[in-house]
Design a protein around this ligand. Structure first.
Ligand SMILES: Cc1cc2nc3c(=O)[nH]c(=O)nc-3n(C[C@H](O)[C@H](O)[C@H](O)COP(=O)(O)OP(=O)(O)OC[C@H]3O[C@@H](n4cnc5c(N)ncnc54)[C@H](O)[C@@H]3O)c2cc1C
Ligand code: SF4
Length: 484
């Protein structure tokens, strides 16, 4: 990798591209861009340090900058938000779960009267999901193509299911599938296969895809220069275009001139940069949210669990397939193969328990968001989950006995809602015009035409699926829309 000092970053006359942040949105934009324009001079400005995989394992942390040091809570809102500040962004801490969005997830506004429709459809992303599934060496079963049309054979076979999953696949309602994951089920080069140790933010064997074990070619490309410790503060806009990117390093201020600016600083910091640059758009910083994560434990009579080949073995899409209702949110069930809730206490029955994580979609509320109070940190306000999400949670729990009826269920215990699952979305959402959104269907700011926003901030609605495969696919599509 070619690291440059802040002085070198600001000395270049005009960079062809300045990319802000180096997480999923940024790196997949860069990867595609380099295929089309390999000779352009590209600068990445990354706020955090380069914390190598070895450093992360040794320090039991993904970064030396905890997320909560980078934002303030607004009055009355204490909800935490999780992400990595550092080179590679949240490719470091993520857990590698990669389902697609469902075709219906692009039409939440029409289906419920809540939230908005996307300005693109499922079919627009199919070729990009296919390509990203190949690049990220996703392990999975093409059987899931019944729900996600256009699914090809995955490059890696699915991880071993648990006995409970096998029963669900054989005797269930046809909506239980191996979870698609960016965790190897077969070793590749120096990367080991997943051994189900369930410490996935710090995978010890490199089974999980990260920027460092799978994107070295992109980060080390001769056209790419990387400034680390460079916190972008604001952009200069002249004549409807970004002309310069301002950043600080070790207390000093610098700027880098550019022809194209790509903003991928996550869904809390990207809108803050927008706000401090005075860039217009409907709801800049607003509509921030994430889906709800809740845990349940299904007590099994005489069936042992925890015999799968990875941390999260299966996804159940029954509720998604039934269709969306205005009464309650969509949700998916994720079968966990880890001891998150421990064993059962009864002698001889320790393994007769099935942890399920629920992902319940939410609709983004205008009042939830990122605000600039004039200090150097964004203020984040989040009232609470919507009634729609709470009703979705109740619905998902109430349906477990029926959907999982092939299993010997003795009881279902609700274990609570988690404060965050790290799927921060919204705040610079995508739409058809500046009256309803911040960026267009090609992820270009309606107001500033050489500013492309990447990452999960552009999601108008969160869906119940994990967002990152889709964010990467959207970055690829943005390059193709821009450069053809
Ligand atoms: C613990 C955890 C587990 C997760 N597991 C999954 C999963 O299994 N599946 C899934 O789909 N998603 C998962 N996610 C979510 C996933 O990580 C995010 O959806 C994804 O990383 C978002 O991509 P992004 O490019 O928007 O942001 P990021 O990947 O977070 O990248 C943002 C980048 O911007 C940098 N930055 C921030 N501010 C500035 C600034 N002012 N100047 C310069 N640089 C800046 C950051 O350091 C970082 O490099 C998980 C998240 C967490 C926290
Ligand atoms: S389960 Fe273990 S081996 Fe597999 S990705 Fe997670 S930490 Fe790595």
């Amino acid at each position: 990798m070619k690291f440059v000092t802040p002085e070198q970053a600001s000395a270049e006359t005009v960079w062809d591209v300045v990319i802000i942040g180096s997480g999923f949105g940024s790196l997949f934009f860069l990867k595609r861009y380099l295929q089309k324009r390999p000779n352009d001079r590209i600068l990445i400005l990354e706020r955090g340090r380069y914390n190598s995989s070895e450093w992360q394992l040794e320090n039991r942390a993904n970064s030396d900058i905890p997320p909560e040091q980078t934002y303030e809570h607004g009055e009355g809102s204490g909800k935490p938000w999780d992400f990595t500040i550092g080179l590679g962004g949240s490719t470091n801490c993520w857990w590698g779960l990669t389902p697609r969005m469902h075709p219906s997830d692009f039409k939440v506004g029409t289906q419920t009267g809540l939230g908005s429709d996307w300005p693109i459809d499922y079919d627009d992303l199919v070729p990009y999901w296919q390509e990203l599934e190949r690049i990220m060496l996703i392990a999975g079963s093409s059987e899931i193509g019944r729900v996600y049309p256009g699914t090809e054979e995955y490059p890696q076979p699915a991880h071993q299911l648990t006995s409970a999953d096998e029963i669900m696949v054989q005797k269930g309602n046809g909506n239980h599938f191996p979870m698609p994951t960016a965790k190897l089920s077969r070793s590749v080069g120096a990367r080991g296969r997943c051994c189900s140790s369930a410490k996935c933010n710090l995978c010890p064997v490199g089974a999980k895809f990260t920027a460092f074990n799978a994107m070295d070619e992109t980060l080390s490309h001769p056209s790419v220069s990387i400034g680390i410790g460079c916190e972008v503060t604001h952009l200069d806009v002249e004549g409807g275009n970004v002309s310069a990117v301002h950043f600080k390093n070790a207390g000093r201020e610098y700027s880098a001139d550019c022809d194209l600016c790509v903003l991928g600083a996550n869904a809390i910091h990207s809108p803050f940069i927008f706000q401090r640059s005075g860039i217009a758009g409907h709801g800049v910083g607003r509509y921030l949210g994430e889906k709800m994560l809740a845990d349940v434990e299904v007590l099994l009579g005489g069936l042992d669990h925890f015999d799968g080949g990875t941390d999260s073995t299966a996804i159940n899409l029954s509720i998604v397939e039934e269709g969306r209702s205005a009464e309650f949110a969509n949700s998916i069930y994720l079968v966990k193969n880890n001891l998150m809730h421990g064993f059962r206490l009864e002698p001889g029955r320790w393994r007769q328990t099935l942890p399920i994580t629920l992902y319940v979609e939410d609709v983004f509320d205008y009042e939830n968001g990122v605000f600039d109070d004039g200090s150097d940190k964004p203020v984040v306000r989040f009232k609470d989950w919507s009634d729609y999400a709470m009703a979705g949670l109740d619905h998902a729990i109430s349906r477990i006995p029926e959907i999982f009826s092939p299993l010997p269920i003795e009881g279902v215990r609700f274990l609570g809602i988690k404060p965050t699952l790290g799927h921060i979305q919204g705040s610079l959402r995508m739409g058809s015009s500046i009256e309803d959104s911040v960026v267009d269907a090609g992820m270009i700011s309606h107001a500033v035409r050489n500013l492309c926003v990447v990452g999960t901030s552009i999601f108008p609605t969160p869906a119940s699926a994990n967002p990152t495969l889709s964010a990467a696919a959207l970055s690829y599509r943005a390059v193709d829309q821009m450069l053809g």
